[in-house]
Ligand binder design. Sequence first.
Ligand code: 6GU
Length: 225
Amino acid sequence: MRLDVVTIFPAFFDVLDVSLLGKARERGLLDIGVHDLRDFTHDRHRTVDDTPYGGGAGMVMKPEPWGEALDGLLQPESILVIPSPAGERFTQGVAREFATESHLVFACGRYEGIDHRVGEHFAREHRVRSVSIGDYVLNGGEVATMAMIEAISRLIPGMVGNPESIVEESHEDGLLEAPAYTKPAQWRGLSVPPVLMSGNHGAIRQWRADQSMERTRSIRPDLLP
Ligand code: 6GU
């Protein structure tokens, strides 16, 4: 999979070189390009934003640098992903869908947004998705993009050591995961639930399913039908 990111803060993405993502890149499963939006400006001050038509606080990103940057990156098969608090919710389902794609281009704008015509223009010839990672406001799309890249890339076959760890975890089955324990069996007066040390795999499966349901009921009832 190829990922391209356009941003005024390319250094945010230096962390992609470490950890799981760094390994995937080394192994050729993932190819990530990070591009500085200011390289597509032509004025002395490398201006990327301007005051909003109609007035109001904050600045809006000018369309021309985005046009030039995205003209050079988008292919017929690409999806243009525009992180925005006003977008559709990014869920595990969207991550799974994006993980099957060959090319995603992330356009990281500041939170006041990119001139709306940029998305409109590229939607004439490409798939464009405006996506929010949750109901809170970030200063820009960079941190949201990082979260999405991590969620998507770990679903690419060959990325995670044990594929079952993906199937079993929170949200893949729509419920929260059961709590996990490791050795020692006693720690600071707290013990591991005996069923997990019983060797009875049917009972363990049932206990985990019950815990999943109970956790979901108490912490995330909105996830239940
Ligand atoms: Cl994708 N961008 C910004 N700026 N804020 C957000 C967001 C995205 N998702 C949640 N809050």
